[in-house]
Write a protein that binds this ligand. Structure first.
Ligand SMILES: CC(C)(COP(=O)(O)OP(=O)(O)OC[C@H]1O[C@@H](n2cnc3c(N)ncnc32)[C@H](O)[C@@H]1OP(=O)(O)O)[C@@H](O)C(=O)NCCC(=O)NCCS
Length: 326
């Protein structure tokens, strides 16, 4: 198969910043608890009237320009989100219309926090075969709208944002070497929005106020994540014939600094081999990996020829990793 790689990146976070202290004015929490338990200090919150598609469009515009392309050059948009503009139709289609990409396929992927690593794998397979030269792979989320702002166990953990990559054919020796993806649907209720789908419509006999919001068994997610993160890293390296020693930087899903530290320890790697920005943005779910990857590149931590491994885990349960030579 042809080599497929990232040829442009973009990210966007809304301007409104919310600190731990701001949350302490709303729910019974503290900067000390949030910092110790998660490493988060701030997160961005989208203004009313701004949609997930709007954040995606901003990130996509930057990525398209970074790739030296026009919107009309994009053949497909794959949007990873678990906080879509509407349950139906796809948010990718709304992004396509706002960007003005005609003659272009568009669809959403929902693998929650692991959505973008899934989308990158799917997109790379399209680019490798005839018909789709330039694919936009986007992660965009507005979790502030799906969280229960009265539930301190979840509301402080997330932020809003978007990240995007344009992928195209590249010279051999670089690009997306491979991916490793896995799901365990027996854990689907560990992270879920219990109502609003066909199982429990709103309203319905089974609906209880609060079920329309994000729910999470934090301890169960912790137990899953500290194993899933290193498993995904090892899984993809094994698949592409590389070792941990070959890796320049690991870009993990920005869920929690303690999960990342436990995972890096499990891998036997120092924290200098990873990149984190969750102290600034919280957990932006499906957007966290592309936002972090873009920042790591912008900060000069990695560049052309670097081997990076993205690794993400979350609702589904779904987890996975990509090995990429920039
Ligand atoms: C969520 C998480 C930080 C909670 O940490 P924890 O050590 O498991 O804490 P617990 O849930 O046991 O709660 C400990 C106490 O803190 C309290 N607490 C929960 N949220 C709080 C908050 N925001 N502020 C203050 N106290 C809080 C709990 O009510 C509990 O109080 P209690 O002992 O009186 O009952 C941790 O479980 C975690 O990181 N899980 C993974 C979550 C994640 O990454 N999700 C995204 C996956 S993509």
């Amino acid at each position: 198969m042809a080599s497929v790689g990232i040829v442009g990146m973009g990210s966007y976070v809304p301007p409104h910043e919310m600190t731990n202290e701001d949350w302490a004015d709303i729910v019974d929490t503290s900067d000390e608890w949030i910092t110790t338990k998660t490493g988060m200090k701030k997160r961005r919150i989208a203004d009313p009237g701004v949609s997930t598609s709007d954040l995606a469009v901003e990130a996509c515009k930057i990525a398209i320009e970074d790739a030296g392309l026009e919107a009309s050059d994009i053949d497909m948009i794959i949007l990873a989100t678990s906080s879509p503009d509407v349950p139906l139709s796809s948010t990718a289609g709304i992004v396509q219309d706002k960007l003005g990409c005609t003659d272009c396929a568009a669809f959403d992927i929902n693998a929650v926090c692991a959505g973008w690593v899934h989308a990158l794998d799917v997109g790379s397979r399209y680019v490798a075969t005839p018909g789709y030269d330039n694919v936009l792979v986007v992660g965009s989320e507005i979790y502030s709208r799906i969280l229960n702002w009265d539930d301190r166990t979840t509301c402080v953990l997330f932020g809003d944002g978007a990240g995007a990559a344009v992928i195209s054919k590249v010279e051999s020796g670089r690009g997306i070497l491979g991916s490793w993806l896995l799901s365990d649907g027996s854990g689907s209720s560990v992270i879920e929005i219990p109502a609003g789908g066909v199982r429990t419509p709103i309203p319905s006999e089974g609906f209880v106020e609060g079920m329309q919001y994000f729910h999470m068994d934090g301890r169960a997610v912790w137990d899953f994540a500290i194993e899933a993160f290193p498993q995904a890293v090892r899984g993809v390296l094994d698949r592409v014939g590389k070792s941990l020693d070959d890796v320049d930087l690991i870009i993990p899903h920005q869920a929690n600094i303690n999960i990342i530290e436990a995972g890096m320890k499990n891998l036997g790697l120092p924290m200098s081999k990873t990149f984190t920005n969750l102290h600034k943005y919280g957990n932006t779910a499906g957007a966290s990996v592309p936002i972090a990857l873009k920042e790591a590149v912008d900060e000069g931590l990695v560049g052309p020829g670097s081997l990076i491994v993205t690794a993400a885990f979350g609702g589904g349960l779904a987890w996975g990793a990509n090995a990429i030579v920039l």
